[in-house]
Design a protein around this ligand. Structure first.
Ligand code: XMP
Length: 520
């Protein structure tokens, strides 16, 4: 797929097992260069074929001298290509070309004050002579060897950056990709612009043009594409792209599970009904889903049943679409990388994550995944480019099993209605306070307990609603949002006054870990 549609010269990011490898790729793309994450042992021959602008060797948890430590093909240093080594990557480059690496007297982890030794060096153009950098290493370069010139130092690391004497090979001991290195993106930008000659060709405008042409070519004029819409950003952008590429040959299927938030179904119908002739089918399957959930309280069992019903419903609907040969999915680059599915990419990682909207292969379709080269922030930009409303492009993710995993205990229509009303109030107030974008996810949870309260002169014994708001970039870890007390008070008052059956509201102040974002 990658090679089919992308003609930009990539910047290859060789993955040595770094925690931050995707972040490096995102930072490069922010500078409008197309970063691709590839295996650390990619051959020099393959690198040459890919005709990259340059290479970035990532960091990694190993020590270059450890037996079994990941190595690269030494011939890549002979290709004449610009290379930037970061942390482990720098040590590897220096070692390959004659430097000496030793364990540091003390591991260095965290912020450090970096001094630029020669401000006229292109890599440090526009960087203050003293700047904070983020370090995370055990080894360091003791002696860069005769081939390398030190460019920067920290109090404990005399060789914090290097340049090869006569080849375009550079190294940084610190991490320019993390936000704790404030000058990091300038340094990466200097590498890309001044050393690699970045032509700034990676934009969503050009991507869209090519992705549409490729989808149109693949689908042809006789077949049709089925696209499952979940109401989330990825499937919405995928559908809008299909609409533009092959308009009337797209059939979008939106399954109303009865587990959706207020206004969700209407929002999807508004955004997609009539778009470029695309056909939208809304399948009303609430009875099936709620029937399957009757009496179920175990979270995993809820998920299993919902997953099964979803596939049945989808299969049934797809059968009734004549000429449907393709199934489009909004799979993103991180999923492709982590599942080990990228061309030249690293093998599968440890990640065990939810299969977001994934439908099984045995449905018998050929897959189209037009977003498989994009990060989430790029998908959002593409959505705006496609003319989708901001409210859809910036919406928070919503789990596949929907409100079932936010309605703790048994999922019934009346309980779902209580949850929907509380959730709507919270989201309205969050938006009114202008804090929707600051939070990555915000929602209400209906707890399976009742508590005592007073209302007027009477005692009440009613349900408890928990509200949750988190901040996160990757959803693997998350911090609870420090929402203003005034906002929390307003939400609590509106819910207890306006939602019948709720007399208490609590705010969840648990981060992930040890909590998860969802309660089930
Ligand atoms: P947790 O609760 O594991 O959630 O911290 C991390 C992210 O994943 C979403 N999530 C799901 N998404 N199917 C999905 O498609 C699921 O079963 C599921 N469970 C959690 C959650 O909303 C958060 O964004």
């Amino acid at each position: 797929m990658v090679e089919d549609i992308l003609t930009e010269r990539p910047v290859l990011v060789l993955d040595f097992g770094a925690q931050y490898v995707q972040l490096i790729a995102r930072r490069v793309r922010e500078r409008q260069a197309f970063a691709r994450i590839v295996r650390h042992d990619i051959t020099a021959e393959r690198v040459r074929e890919l005709n990259p602008l340059g290479l970035i060797l990532s960091g990694g948890p190993s020590s270059v001298y450890e037996p079994g430590a990941p190595q690269c093909d030494p011939a890549i240093f002979e290709l004449g290509l610009p290379i930037l080594g970061i942390c482990y990557g720098m040590q590897l480059a220096c070692r390959a070309l004659g430097g000496r690496i030793e364990p540091a007297p003390a591991r260095e982890f965290g912020r450090s004050e970096c001094r630029v030794l020669d401000p006229s060096e292109p890599l440090f153009q526009g960087v203050p002579e003293r700047t904070t950098v983020w370090m995370s290493h055990g080894d360091q370069i003791l002696d860069p060897g005769g081939e390398f010139i030190p460019l920067a130092a920290t109090p404990t690391c005399p060789v914090a950056a290097v340049r090869h004497r006569d080849r375009p090979i550079l190294g940084l001991q610190f991490h320019p990709e993390v936000s704790h290195t404030p000058a990091g993106s300038v340094i990466l930008g200097n590498f890309l612009d001044l050393i690699c000659g970045n032509p700034h060709e990676w934009t969503m405008e050009t991507f869209l043009e090519r992705a549409c042409a490729q989808v149109a070519d693949r689908v042809g004029v006789d077949d049709r594409v089925v696209c499952g819409l979940s109401g989330g950003v990825d499937s919405a952008v995928c559908a809008a792209l299909l609409a533009k590429a092959v308009g009337p040959r797209t059939v979008c299927v939106f399954v109303d599970t009865g587990l959706l938030r207020t206004g969700e179904r209407e929002g999807v119908a508004r955004a997609f009904g009539g778009r470029h002739g695309l056909e939208l089918r809304v399948v009303d399957a609430a009875d099936l889903f709620l029937g399957a959930l009757e009496g179920v309280v175990d979270p995993q069992e809820k998920r299993r049943r919902i997953g099964r019903v979803f596939i049945d419903v989808f299969r049934e609907e797809a059968r009734s679409i004549p000429g449907a040969r393709f199934l489009a999915q909004g799979t993103l680059y991180p999923d492709v990388i982590e599942s080990g599915g990228a061309v030249d990419g690293p093998t599968a990682n440890i990640k065990l994550h939810h299969n977001v909207g994934g439908l099984p292969a045995e449905l018998g379709f050929e897959l189209i995944e037009p977003l498989r080269d994009l990060f989430k922030d790029e998908v959002r930009k593409l959505g705006l480019e496609l003319g989708l409303p901001e409210s859809l492009v910036w919406r928070h993710p919503f789990p596949g099993p929907g409100l079932a995993v936010r309605c703790l205990g048994e999922v019934t229509r009346p309980r779902l209605e209580v949850l929907r009303q509380a959730d709507k109030i919270f989201l309205e107030e969050l938006a009114a306070a202008g804090l929707e974008r600051q939070t990555a996810q915000a929602f209400a949870v209906l707890l399976p307990i009742q508590s005592v309260g007073v209302m007027g002169d009477g005692r009440t014994y009613e349900s408890v609603v928990a509200i949750r708001a988190v901040e996160t970039d990757d959803f693997m870890t998350a911090d609870w949002s420090r929402l203003p007390h005034e906002l929390l008070e307003k939400v609590s008052t509106r819910i207890t006054n306006g939602v019948r059956g709720v007399n208490r509201v609590v705010y969840d102040i648990t981060s992930k870990p040890p909590g998860t974002i969802e309660w089930e």
